[in-house]
Design a binder for this molecule. Structure first.
Ligand code: CMX
Length: 436
């Protein structure tokens, strides 16, 4: 048993006992009242999920196992002191609940590099059978499903494994799946945008550095950006569409590939992960229509108002939980100001930030007029030479695997049962409205 799995076993055994005791002792305790409005507006604020990996505060933003992003950037192991933390360290933190040392992070890097070599040939054939014009998220998700032929979990289930041990093959599958996503992503990227000229993985590199390398962006700067990107998008508590979908499908004891694929289908929606690509189209159209990369504040305001008048959303702004500027936006802006302060797209994003919140607030209905992670991530990638917008949501998905798949392991440790909430008809809700 590897050292990470061994530690997980120790931590997991005690936690699963505590969960059983909690349900036994306090299972009947009422948590909150739920209104008709909450149920009919996307269940916002309804506490219905157990997720340990991260927690989102409406004004502070995300904390991973209690640590804010600035704290993580200071505490998680890095390759160089002035560099970005390695996503491997965040994976360990979310999985075990402890900040790892550098040796543990190096072990995970090596383990993922080793496991990444095991992608079966048919996965590349399946990708190759899709048209090159198929959106990279279609190719990504098809590849994820194609990899499920290798599922340890499915094999163990079929062999009649005791359910208390399900977490073990789930861990093995998750480690395989996470390790292989960068190879798949780079393969799709080079296939679609660089004439099929594929670049072999370099097993001496870390997980995110290797992704940048295989995509053909192998400068130290691009690797540093990729590490930041992979940390910032890793998790956003349990209720967002990609996390919730992964968890829900996992409760049917679907293997990690099926479960993660469900989450990635959700991430591909324009109100969730695809918003990073939408932002770039919105910026491109703005530049084209106004006729300059340096529009005035008034020109941006008019363009934003027109978007709203057309009955569309301004991508990259608003959030279902956050009520302040997303710290993941601020961290990327600080990074850009430090390393590429003169990049035109970053200057444009900064100017839009001065204008759009007031425009959205003036509608009187948008609960959060501030930018989210997607308002800047594409501009940052583009400024570093990764200019092909359709790959952006795939990169988001690679990062998101870290959080949603560690949660999936914990679901099996906790023995979470099939999720099956109740639904009611329109008439029933109408009757409830009439009742005092
Ligand atoms: N532009 C225009 N209108 C917006 C808006 C925006 N950026 N954000 C919210 N609104 C509108 C909603 O569409 C809704 O309008 P209706 O009442 O006419 O239906 C109203 O304001 C109230 O919505 P809300 O409660 O503030 O927001 P929700 O929790 O329903 O939705 C989100 C949240 C993110 C889907 C929404 O803010 C949005 O569509 N933003 C743009 C897309 C985006 O950036 N998504 C990425 C989010 C982060 C991520 O998951 O990656």
């Amino acid at each position: 048993m590897d050292q990470v799995k061994q530690r997980l076993k120790e931590v997991g055994e005690s936690k699963s006992e505590q969960l059983k005791e909690l349900v036994r002792e306090h299972g009947n305790k009422v948590l909150q009242e739920v209104t008709i409005g909450q149920v009919l507006s996307g269940m916002k604020g309804v506490v219905a999920l157990l997720t340990d990996t991260s927690k989102l505060d409406p004004s502070e933003g995300i904390r991973f196992r209690g640590y804010s992003i600035p704290e993580l950037r200071a505490k998680l192991p890095k390759i160089k002191e002035d560099g970005e933390p390695l996503p491997e360290g965040l994976f360990y933190l979310m999985l075990i609940g402890e900040i790892p040392d550098k040796a543990t992070v190096d072990f995970i890097s090596q383990e993922w590099a080793r496991r990444a070599q095991g992608i079966p040939d048919h996965v590349f054939k399946v990708i190759d059978s899709l048209p090159i014009t198929a959106h990279p998220m279609i190719q990504f998700n098809t590849a994820i499903l194609a990899m499920s032929t290798e599922s340890h979990f499915r094999r163990a289930y079929m062999a009649g494994m005791d359910k208390k041990d399900y977490w073990d093959p789930m861990y093995e599958g998750v480690m395989d799946l996470i390790s292989r996503l960068p190879v798949i992503t780079a393969y799709i990227y080079r296939r679609c945008f660089h004439g099929q000229k594929h670049i072999k993985p370099d097993p001496s590199l870390d997980w995110a550095g290797n992704l940048a390398h295989m995509m053909g962006h192998s400068s130290e700067e691009a690797k540093r950006l990729m590490r930041l990107y992979m940390v910032l998008h890793a998790d956003h508590e349990g209720g967002n569409v990609s996390a919730h979908a992964t968890h829900l499908v996992g409760t049917a004891l679907s293997n990690p590939y099926y479960s993660f694929s469900a989450g990635m289908n959700g991430l591909a929606g324009p109100l969730h992960g695809m918003a990073n690509q939408e932002v770039m189209h919105w910026l491109e159209k703005l530049i084209k229509e106004i006729g300059t990369e340096t529009p005035s504040v008034d020109q941006i305001k008019d363009y934003a108002i027109t978007t709203l008048e057309q009955g569309r959303v301004i991508p990259g702004y608003g959030h279902a939980v956050l009520r302040k500027t997303d710290p993941r936006f601020s961290e990327q802006l600080d990074f850009a100001k430090k390393y590429i302060p003169d990049a035109p797209l970053i200057q444009l994003v900064s100017k839009i930030y001065e204008v759009v919140p007031d425009v959205l607030a003036s509608t009187g209905k948008v609960k959060n007029p501030w930018p989210n992670v997607d308002a800047i991530s594409g501009s940052l990638l583009s400024s570093y030479g990764i200019k092909e917008f359709p790959i952006y949501t795939v990169l988001f998905g690679v990062s998101r695997s870290l959080g949603v798949l560690t949660s999936l392991i914990w679901d099996r440790i906790y023995g979470m049962p099939l999720e099956r909430p109740s639904s009611q008809t329109f008439d029933w809700f109408g009757e409830q409205g009439k009742n005092k």
